[in-house]
Design a protein around this ligand. Sequence first.
Ligand code: NI
Length: 135
Amino acid sequence: MVYLTRIEHFNAAHKLFNPAWSREKNEEIFGKCANENWHGHNYELYVTIKGEPDPETGFLLDAKKLSKLINSFVLDKLDHLNLNEDVDFMKGVMCSTENLAVAIWNQLTKHLPATVQLHCIKLYETSRIFVEYYG
Ligand code: NI
């Protein structure tokens, strides 16, 4: 089994806010991320796939093709947008990095060729905070 990782980047705005709670409780739990007027993050997205290299190309999947798939089904729907308001696959869920990683997995896994499997979505919210999802 071989693993291949493609790194992509996007910017997006969000806020973490539970409408069932008071403003005070939201601020207590989510801190600055509860700011009503939004804030942004520079996300780094690591997409790792696994499988066996093709005997003719030696590739698991052409890394450019993987990038194209990530762009079409994930980045085009997120980049420079508001995660709470603009992104169909984040509707109705809290816009945490955890939930975003799971949603990216669900977006991508159905569009990969049958010869490879998604192994991990690793999503950095800041250089010191990241989430990993293995399905
Ligand atoms: Ni935030």
